[in-house]
Design a protein around this ligand. Sequence first.
Ligand SMILES: NC(=O)c1ccc[n+]([C@@H]2O[C@H](COP(=O)([O-])OP(=O)(O)OC[C@H]3O[C@@H](n4cnc5c(N)ncnc54)[C@H](OP(=O)(O)O)[C@@H]3O)[C@@H](O)[C@H]2O)c1
Length: 354
Amino acid sequence: MKQISMKEQNQEIVLAKHPSGVPTPDTFKINNIDMPTLKKGEVLLKSIYVSVDPGMRGFMNKGEDDAAGNKFQLNKPITSRTVAQIVAIDTDHPNTDNDNNFKVGDIVHGRFAWQKYQTVNIADIEKVDPTLAPISTAVSMLGVPGLAAYFGLLNIGQPKQGETVVVSGAAGSVGSMAAQIAKIKGCKVIGIAGSAKKVAYLEDDLGLDKGINYKQVDDMQATIKEACPDGVDIFFDNVGGELFDAVFANINRHARISICGQIADYNESNPPQGPRPMHTLIKKSARIEGFVVYDFADEFDDAKKQIADWYNNGDLIYKENLIEGFESIPDAFIGLFSGENIGKQMIKVGEVEE
Ligand SMILES: NC(=O)c1ccc[n+]([C@@H]2O[C@H](COP(=O)([O-])OP(=O)(O)OC[C@H]3O[C@@H](n4cnc5c(N)ncnc54)[C@H](OP(=O)(O)O)[C@@H]3O)[C@@H](O)[C@H]2O)c1
């Protein structure tokens, strides 16, 4: 593998200002920076695939940090799930915390800075298993989005053969997987997305029973009723807002509503409140449950194997909306809020070194 010269150009993308509403290009700033030097117990990483996720928007707001220390700080690099390659390892302390025997050339993933090259503590990297699926999927299909779809649909939704499932944000990263897993479980699946191209993708590529373009519908409640004549048994919600209200109005007795995301609200400082759901939940003996994917961390390994099996057997397809170039990361992130992606939005920022 080629030695990385300390003169190699390094860059970072920092939070330049707290966004108000949808982030704009000047929310971010690209800086040329020095190559970092390795310290005890560290590896030098070259970023290969960067994932951008809608939930990161909340970490860009002004205000107190959350308990997990997630908030992005002004003039500090943004971080997100990334696939990277180890290009150097602390040779003075080769065995320090290196229980997994990481070596130069290994492909790893973790929550890393938006930097072309960076040093990271060995404790903060995880090996990518390239035998499961292409390496980029470690932060997409086999990462947080895929696992959120898997556990949000199976553990919270508990689908049964023949039930009707509605998925919002259905052409995106999480939604496209939740919808397909529901099909694998023998459900009738209706996907909601924001363009005719996405509806065609849902019906023709993913094999859903129906796609609905919410941007072209005047009365969403009536449209859901028509698409789901037997009512809605499971609602996997990525969006919230008025779409939630329209689907919720059609739930069946003992419905399960899995709240994965609320992207309709992420850029609102005062999100509008919808109808209070309590009476309907009582009348329908229904259950509404939110989750964060890490609630299921103990079961991640088995879930990844199952997802990889479905993928490799052709039961599930997974699309990445791949954009090239480190400087494209901010635009790719901003594009999530106008629906530019079909499948998982990813940015390829470097080549794997042989
Ligand atoms: N609970 C968890 O642990 C967990 C984990 C991962 C992700 N999530 C959440 O899951 C959701 C989906 O994430 P993802 O990574 O799969 O993103 P994604 O669906 O791949 O991308 C975002 C999509 O959301 C839609 N969208 C954007 N603004 C919208 C709006 N105002 N109203 C309706 N739709 C809008 C757009 O599609 P259209 O063209 O269809 O509008 C866009 O393509 C997000 O809310 C995310 O925060 C939760």
